[in-house]
Design a protein around this ligand. Sequence first.
Ligand code: FMN
Length: 217
Amino acid sequence: MDKKLDLKSIRREYEGPRLLEEEAGSNPFELFQKWFEQALKEEIDPNAMTLATVDENHNPDARIMLLKEVNEKGFIFYTNYHSKKGKDLAQNPKATIVFFWHKMVRQVRIFGIVEKLSEQEAIEYFQQRPFESQVAAYLSKQSEIIENRDEVEKKFHQLLEEFKNKPVPKPESWGGYILIPLKFEFWQGRPARFHDRLLYIRESTSIEEWKRYRLYP
Ligand SMILES: Cc1cc2nc3c(=O)[nH]c(=O)nc-3n(C[C@H](O)[C@H](O)[C@H](O)COP(=O)(O)O)c2cc1C
């Protein structure tokens, strides 16, 4: 690098509201929903999250994904099962997702067990995707090395023609996962770095029973 980046001078005060136990409640899904609804109004990509996985050599990896649904069981996202993350999850079905909502100065970390969605659920979501995204799913050997980008683009245009005016079937390698949470941490940025942090840990096999703790900033 020919020019040194001046990172040390980047500093701002976080002016978020307090995160208090009374308002947070006892169910982290409900608090997530409340925060998400606020993020929807404030943020550009409220459903963008970091998904962290661990591979067979215990090396961590992370990438941005889009959260596509939350239900009473967990957090749903879609991808290619043969991708790097798909391979990681096949041999270690544990993951963490992290949301960062800039304007509200909020972070949510959710750790859990990941399961594949059923073929039927994946098909239902695939059918709602725009035509070009459906076709693009056929091209993607996600995370593999491309020798020639022009070839891939040519193939894409061929496929667009082939599938024109026809329903596009879901490729076998494309599907969804649900992360079933065991732990949530809600972090609210506060002035003087005196942040509010609440940790929820699942008590039992019941998704409804959570223990709540306050953490030091
Ligand atoms: C804003 C944003 C949203 C993304 N959403 C998804 C997604 O929902 N599914 C997906 O497979 N990749 C998504 N990606 C691409 C991933 O970050 C990643 O590059 C890709 O899934 C390959 O990851 P892997 O090699 O770790 O498997 C998104 C990237 C960005 C920047």
